[in-house]
Design a protein around this ligand. Structure first.
Ligand code: PEP
Length: 254
């Protein structure tokens, strides 16, 4: 596990919910449910809800994040949203390189550029990595190594404590899929940490949190955390259901 970090649970709402009213209701449900819990909770709603949601909390327990950022800071980049803009509407975290963005053509080089920009702007950066499929001979490990190295290329070591690696195997994400086993997850955390040590050094690598995402629910959260040796979880679908999400956070706290 990473050095002295508080456990973290991130909720990625993706392209949901359709209205601000629903977003406020889900957010309030989560906020009320985690009142006395010592776990860092980060909610990543669609961009347009950030400013409204930040008005709903006061305590340093629940944080807001974006699901992506632009690698540019200003200028003629239609449709883009900069790290500075996100900070100004309450985001302190950002997800970068989610497999659903990579599926739309985002490369490791794009990810690395965004990661550097986000960290420089002071956003804690959740860098998603994960293989599309596994094979008996382990060639997915080569793919993952390239993804880790490529996604952090040129990202200075001094930012280590603000980097979170989210291991999200693509085959485990979404409806009808199954989470990785805790045993396999433990092997992956060691594999990822080894490559972080190679890129930076042992001290810097120990500052980086590693979390897991992909079909996390109340049932599997305990084993994933206890035996998977991760520092937290990234939750998709279940983060839209406040009751279920709070149950996951409580399991992580235990
Ligand atoms: C995700 O897409 O980041 C994710 C973890 O999704 P789910 O929990 O729905 O599998």
């Amino acid at each position: 596990m990473a050095k002295k970090q508080r456990m973290i649970v991130v909720g990625n709402w993706k392209l949901n919910p359709p209205t601000l009213k629903e977003a406020e209701s889900i957010f309030t449900g989560i906020k009320n449910g985690i009142k006395d819990i010592d776990v860092k909770v980060v909610i990543c709603p669609p961009f347009v809800y950030l400013n409204e949601l930040r008005g709903l909390f006061t305590k340093e327990k629940i944080f807001l994040g974006s699901q992506d950022i632009s690698s540019e800071s200003k200028g003629a980049f239609t449709g883009e949203i900069s790290a500075e803009m996100l900070k100004n509407v309450g985001a302190t975290y950002t997800i970068i390189g989610h497999s659903e963005r990579r599926a739309k053509g985002e490369t490791d080089a794009d990810v690395a550029k965004k990661v550097a920009v986000a960290l420089k702007a002071g956003l804690t950066t959740i860098v998603c990595i994960g293989e599309k499929e596994r094979d008996e001979r382990g060639s997915y490990l080569g793919f993952l190594k390239e993804q880790i190295v490529g996604s952090l290329k040129g990202v200075p070591r001094k930012f280590a404590s603000n980097i979170i690696i989210a291991y999200e195997p693509v085959w485990a994400i979404g409806k009808g899929k199954e989470a990785v086993t805790a045993h396999d997850l433990h092997q992956m955390t060691i594999f990822i940490r080894k490559h972080l040590i190679d890129i930076y050094n042992t001290a810097a690598a120990s500052e980086i949190s590693i979390i897991y995402g992909g079909s996390v629910d109340e049932e599997n959260a305990e084993l994933l955390i206890a035996d998977g040796e991760v520092d937290g979880l990234l939750v998709g679908r279940e983060s839209l259901n406040p009751e279920n999400f709070v149950k996951i956070v409580k399991v992580v706290e235990k």
